[in-house]
Write a protein that binds this ligand. Sequence first.
Ligand code: ADP
Length: 242
Amino acid sequence: MNTTALTCTGIEVDFDGFKAVNGVDLELDRGEVHFLIGPNGAGKTTLVDAITGLARYSGSVVKDGTELRGKKVHHIARKGIGRTFQTATVFENLTVAQNLDIAAGSGRSPWALLRRRRHLPDTVVTVMEQIGLKDQAETPAGILAHGQKQWLEIGMLLVGDADVLLLDEPIAGMGAEERETTGRLLHDIAHDRAVAVVEHDMDFMRAFASRVTVLHAGAVLASGSVDEVSNHPRVQEVYLGT
Ligand code: ADP
């Protein structure tokens, strides 16, 4: 059965009197790939900024019983909330294994990891398999293909024990095969985690969303299955102008 990992209630983000997010309720459940869609300026990024501690808000964000409002970014990350951005932020000069090792928070300085080590932690090996980069363990991240960098960044959240992942357009710039692989990866990692995806690509959303929340002008316009939101009259109005 799915369990709720994150509950947002009445989130409001105010930029000098302009409410970029205006009273959003959102629940992210383990076992689901939850797509956040909506036109440009709908408030998707600002909502994710609020959840991750980058934007001040009123309302409440609770993860596993802990209120996160007012907590610092690193505290929120330590609570298991991980985020990726459209441009992957990996250590380009370090190998795939080293990137994951650092993200695993092994407690050693990054420089110690630059020395050759005999064994990688099990979690790093498991995640490298999961993200399909085991054969690239010794490859510098800087020469990975665009899609592989995105998978590495997701892997860095996984080894860091994030169980709520907020992903910003994870398939931007990917070809058809990479998109398919990414969709399958999202479902794989959502098995025991909550995954939220900010996305513009409607075909990708239809193929891989367990649940969809549509934001418009800072508020939730509709939330439900792909079919439910696609047939929602207000969603058709906003997207198709009908
Ligand atoms: P989306 O991610 O859905 O495209 P955003 O969350 O980026 O939307 O933006 C929502 C609204 O908030 C937009 O009108 C945007 O111009 C505004 N906005 C975003 N960040 C700021 C900011 N730092 N200061 C003022 N307005 C902002």
